[in-house]
Design a protein around this ligand. Sequence first.
Ligand code: ADP
Length: 171
Amino acid sequence: MRNVKRTAIYPGNFDPITFGHIDIVRRAKKLFERLTIAVVAHPHRKNLFTAEERVRITEQALEEVGISCVRVISYDGLLIDLARQHQVEAIVRGLRANSDFDYEFQMALTNRDLAPDIETVFFMTAGEYSFLASSSVNEVKMLGGDVSRFVPPSVEQALAKKFGLENEPTS
Ligand code: ADP
């Protein structure tokens, strides 16, 4: 009998985490006993939130939606090195629409070339989140719109703070 726990890592920008990411986490948790979210901290990439902020916002959001036992870390470097370090069997990614496919396909094949023993596993988004991207949430919030259908309240608060909108009502 197998006594090794199934482990996976879910890498991404999470700038910030949305209900789309959370949906993937819920699905992945059904298959993997240990799941780690790895927030990419590449200094050359322009993100709205720092890596430390994204880790904290992600942790808070998961707690708020009642998801426990998911570790959140940040990393800078080669994903495969991190996967080996954490001894994971799989890399989790989400697929929204066709537009994600080419990039994800290329990344998965590159990672397979580097580490043939680590599988990339794709989870298809729930239809209602198939259009949802952190960048559009950020844009809507920056313009004063309501993003409560896209992110948990703590994330919306973090966005309001970032954009200096804390005291303004959402439209
Ligand atoms: P984004 O493109 O929104 O900046 P990330 O880099 O944070 O996304 O994405 C990390 C992973 O989560 C990627 O595999 C991405 O396809 C997936 N993902 C992001 N948003 C969604 C969503 N709404 N539904 C399903 N998967 C998603």
